[in-house]
Structures are given as structure tokens and as C-alpha cells.
Design a protein around this ligand. Structure first.
Ligand code: ATP
Length: 261
């Protein structure tokens, strides 16, 4: 029997039903149903072009910025439709933050990169409060000790791994509830990758994390749930251990054993 604490931790944060995405005539995502659990890391895996990033971008309406993209179906965040016309996508993206494949700090200081979100969303009332938020986010992103003496230096002057941790600090500065990560380690060396993976594990005590990855080892290391996509379909979704050791669908098995992809 599960402990009460564990059951409480496994509430549904995002519920997606019959999500379809077309880019012009390209039907990129077909009838995707999935429940993303709170305080879990969910990995999206599958061969190139299968729709992982497309689906990830549906979860904070980033596809709104792609003129040819048409999204249908329903996506609920804590039971509320994120595609409701009354939802402001900018506010939504503060709640559902995103970290991209290539570290993309703003051409501003390290401090301002992190302070930007809280400032534009009016989340702090004083400079002292903002300083606290910046420090706490840099600490959570395991970067504080490396940058505390040069907060006014440009974020773009950091190493690739440090820049990615800065982008994570920036993404968590608006206190998101969900963090979307699109291949966040693909531009990083193994040491920086290990640091970011460790961080992801720590972040899940506070956020739901959804990560797109090409590395099955990474999915197995960091996630509790895995979704396997193939040709625009979500083929299989379940506990990571089960997906990797006892998949139900032959397509999942072929992918994890290296026969497709
Ligand atoms: N901005 C876009 N405009 C038009 N078509 C797109 C766009 N983004 C993705 N697509 C198409 O949608 C399909 C799914 O692409 P998507 O990037 O979601 O796949 P992916 O599984 O994340 O691939 P990869 O692992 O290579 O990043 C592909 O056919 C792709 O060409």
C-alpha cells in the first residue's frame, strides 16, 4: 500500500486529451492522451521527427508562435483549459516554464537574466526581495557559488554548462509549477550533463518536470515516467522502469533495443 504522502505527490498536473497538431498539411501529432503527474520527471523519447518537441511546446502554448501550427484537443493544467481564450499565454509561460536545447541567456548580466521574469511579472516589491529571489534561484540551479562574485558580468560569458544552469535559474525565477526541458543537455559535456541531471532530480521535489531527450540512458536516470512517441503517436506511457524493461508495444521494444530510430 502506498503512503498517503506518495499518493498526494502523484496528482495529475497536466491532462492532455486527443491533442492533434498540424503544420500546414503535415499532421505532426495524432490524438495524444497523457496525464503528467505532479512532482515527477516525465521523459519524452522517440525517433527524430516523431513529435516530442511539438507536444512539449503544446504544454505552454509555444506553438502559438508558429504561424502554420494548428493545435486541437484539450490540455488542462490543474483542471483548467490552457487554450481557453481568456488565458494569457505570457502568464501561462510563467507557470509552465521552458528550457531549450541550446543555452540562450539574454545579452544581459547574470543577475538580470534571473531578475527579468520576477520584474516583468511584478513578483517582488523591493530590490532586497529581488536580490533574494536571484540568489535562491541561482542556488537551486547549483550555480550560485560559481557566479556570486560576478553577478554583473554578462550571462553569455559563462561556459555552456553554466549558461544552461543560468537558463534553468531564469526559468524557475517566476516560480513555475511545471518545467519543460527540450533536450537540455544536448549541447553540454558529460560533466555539465551530470550537473544538470542532478539538478533535475532536485527540482522535482518542487515542480513537475517534462524532458525531451534522445538519450535513453538519460531518460532512465532522471525520469519516473516515460512516454514513447513514434510517427506522431504516443505509443506507450508508463513507469520508466517498466517502459525500459518490460514494454508492451513492439515498437517501444524495437526503439529501446536500438532497432528503430
Ligand atoms: N516549426 C515547424 N514548422 C513546420 N513543421 C514543423 C515545425 N516543427 C516541427 N515540424 C514538423 O513536425 C514533425 C515533428 O517534429 P518535432 O520537432 O516535434 O519532432 P521531434 O520528435 O522533437 O524531433 P527531434 O528529436 O528531431 O527534435 C516533423 O515532421 C517536423 O518536420
Amino acid at each position: 500500500m502506498k503512503l498517503e504522502r506518495e499518493v498526494a505527490a502523484e496528482t495529475i498536473k497536466i491532462q492532455a486529451r486527443k491533442v492533434q497538431v498540424h503544420y500546414g498539411t503535415n499532421h505532426a501529432l495524432k490524438d495524444v492522451d497523457v496525464d503528467i503527474l505532479s512532482k515527477n520527471v516525465t521523459a519524452f523519447i522517440g525517433p527524430s521527427g516523431c513529435g516530442k518537441s511539438t507536444f512539449l511546446r503544446c504544454l505552454n502554448r509555444m506553438n502559438d508562435t508558429v504561424a502554420s501550427a494548428k493545435v486541437s484537443g484539450s490540455i488542462l493544467l490543474d483542471g483548467a483549459d490552457i487554450y481557453d481564450p481568456r488565458v494569457d499565454p505570457v502568464q501561462l509561460r510563467a507557470k509552465v516554464g521552458m528550457v531549450f536545447q541550446k543555452p540562450n541567456p539574454f545579452p544581459k548580466s547574470i543577475y538580470d537574466n534571473v531578475a527579468y521574469g520576477p520584474k516583468i511579472h511584478g513578483l517582488t516589491r523591493s530590490k532586497a526581495e529581488l536580490d533574494e529571489v536571484v540568489e535562491s534561484c541561482l542556488r537551486k540551479a547549483a550555480l550560485w557559488n560559481e557566479v556570486k562574485d560576478r553577478l554583473q558580468s554578462p550571462g553569455t560569458g559563462l561556459s555552456g554548462g553554466q549558461q544552461q544552469r543560468l537558463c534553468i535559474a531564469r526559468a524557475i525565477a517566476t516560480s513555475p509549477e511545471v518545467l519543460l526541458m527540450d533536450e537540455p543537455c544536448s549541447a553540454l559535456d558529460p560533466i555539465a550533463t551530470a550537473q544538470v541531471e542532478e539538478l533535475i532530480d532536485e527540482l522535482r521535489s518542487q515542480f513537475s518536470v517534462v524532458i525531451v531527450t534522445h538519450s535513453m540512458q538519460q531518460a532512465a536516470r532522471v525520469s519516473q515516467r516515460t512516454a514513447f512517441f513514434h510517427l506522431g503517436h504516443l505509443v506507450e506511457y508508463g513507469e520508466t522502469g517498466t517502459i525500459f524493461t518490460n514494454p508492451k508495444d513492439p515498437r517501444t521494444e524495437s526503439y529501446i533495443t536500438g532497432r528503430i530510430g
